[in-house]
Design a protein around this ligand. Structure first.
Ligand SMILES: *Cc1c(COP(=O)(O)O)cnc(C)c1O
Length: 447
């Protein structure tokens, strides 16, 4: 396997306090130029990123444990991605695939069909954002089934457009004040082992959801069941074994389209190309985005040919969907994942996280659970002696890490999870350094 190449020294190095003077100056300019509804979780401004390092405007080197929310899995300047982007951008920046097609779009479609679970005949369509991919999956499922109801789950995150906000569960900050939302979207309980009744199996959790679907929506009305195989923003919730297979079987038996929203958990993040593989399921449709193009905006829907092809000609598309430069980046990112063995690396990252975090779930009174798969792991923080969500602890710990040059993100319906999403190319010593800062912050907060 080819050795990972870095252009920045893979080490944490703070030259100023965080944020430094240049970042503070930029924040002032920003406050007069950028709408305040757009917030940033990190107070420093980026200058260059490479591997697991963020070099900021003041020359500080921070450790990246967020990958810009699971996007830069191959790094934010992966050589293969940079090379292919340069090559593509010099040829043409845009034609609009709906006007003048090009090979890159077709090649991404071929590749993604190979990489998604299921050996059946597949077709793909490309878009720009995860939200757009989810919207289009719903459009396709509705056309195919000639039904309209969409079933989603507690803690789900599917995006910020009007339909996907209807599908997203959390009000603050995503939905507050933005309604009314698209109709015919129904929410049912998720399998959430840490918070479900002790011993509840995946099948029992699925039956709980299916009973509601049958009684409150009607099986014959369901166009699509849309679910993240591992929930992202909702708190890295891994459903109990058997939950997803029971849902896919129900969809099959009832003529509904099963859509796996793999926007966050897909593309090698959990140590497999798609996280559905862990449950042995073959979704009818898969949505993908975040990790696909090394940071360039690209998303898509891929799935069963008869479903994808049920839409009339011209029914799918968008001015920029499957942009040629983004497609070139995706082909570079996929090659990078293969050449650098990043699926295997995601599993090694999981091992290192478990080693460094050790028995915190038992020893720290504020840690409820460590969960996740591959390079998608989270700690859920609780009030000592209970399972009551402890968002303050998560916030305080993330801020402590930030001060010391470790970029770490929170998540969860209750805001009480800290999630670890390092670039899959992160140097392992650098990862351990970042995790040790994190563990120290947890110990201090729990003392
Ligand atoms: C981020 C995300 C989306 C939305 O993607 P955008 O590119 O932000 O529109 C949809 N689904 C899941 C699971 C996500 O994590």
């Amino acid at each position: 396997m080819a050795e990972i190449e870095y252009t920045l020294e893979q080490k944490r190095d703070l030259k100023t306090s965080i944020p430094g003077p240049k970042s503070v100056e930029l924040a002032e300019r920003r406050s007069n130029a950028v709408a305040s509804g757009v917030a940033s979780s990190v107070p420093v401004y980026a200058d260059k990123l490479d591997g697991g390092v963020i070099l900021d405007a003041d020359g500080n080197q921070l450790i990246d444990l967020g990958s810009g929310i699971a996007v830069t899995s191959v790094g934010a300047s992966a050589p293969k991605v940079v090379e292919k982007v340069k090559e593509a951008v010099e040829k043409f920046t845009h034609t609009c695939f709906m006007v003048t097609p090009y090979e890159g779009y077709v090649a991404v479609g071929e590749k993604i069909a190979e990489l998604t679970p299921g050996s059946f005949d597949k077709r793909a369509a490309l878009f720009n954002s995860g939200s757009e991919a989810v919207e289009n999956a719903v459009k396709i499922a509705r056309t195919y089934t000639k039904r309209s109801a969409v079933v989603v789950f507690d803690h789900a995150y599917h995006g910020r457009t009007n339909l996907t906000l209807a599908m997203t569960s959390k009000v603050m900050p995503y939905k507050q004040g933005f309604g009314p939302f698209a109709s015919d979207v129904y929410r049912v309980p998720m399998s959430y082992p840490f918070r479900d009744a002790d011993g509840m199996t995946g099948q029992e959790a699925a039956e709980r959801a299916l009973l509601l679907i049958e009684k409150q929506v009607g099986a014959e009305n369901v166009a699509a069941v849309v679910i993240e195989p591992i929930q992202g923003e909702g708190g890295f919730i891994v459903p109990a074994e058997g939950f997803l297979p029971t849902l896919t079987k129900w969809c099959q038996d009832n003529g509904a389209v099963f859509v796996a929203d793999e926007v966050q958990a897909g593309i090698a993040r959990t140590g497999t190309w798609f996280s559905s593989e862990w449950e042995g399921i073959e979704p009818d449709l898969v949505t993908f985005a975040k990790g696909i193009a090394g940071g360039m905006p690209l998303s898509g829907v891929v799935g069963r040919a008869e479903i994808m092809n049920s839409v009339h000609g011209g029914g799918l598309g968008g001015t920029y969907g499957g942009n040629p430069v983004a497609c070139a980046a995706a082909l570079g990112a996929i090659e990078t994942i293969e050449e650098w063995g990043l699926n295997e690396r995601a599993l090694e990252i999981e091992k290192i996280i478990k080693e460094e975090l050790g028995d915190l779930a038992e020893s720290s009174p504020i840690v409820g659970e460590l969960r996740g798969r591959g390079a998608m792991m989270a700690l859920e923080f609780v009030e000592p002696g209970s399972k009551k969500p402890n968002a303050d602890a998560a916030k305080q710990i993330a801020a402590k890490c930030m001060e010391q040059g470790v970029v770490i993100l929170t998540c969860g319906t209750f805001g009480n999870n800290v999630r670890l999403l390092p670039p899959l190319v992160i140097d392992f010593d650098l990862l351990r350094d970042g995790l040790r800062v994190f563990v120290k912050a947890i110990e201090e907060a729990g003392a």
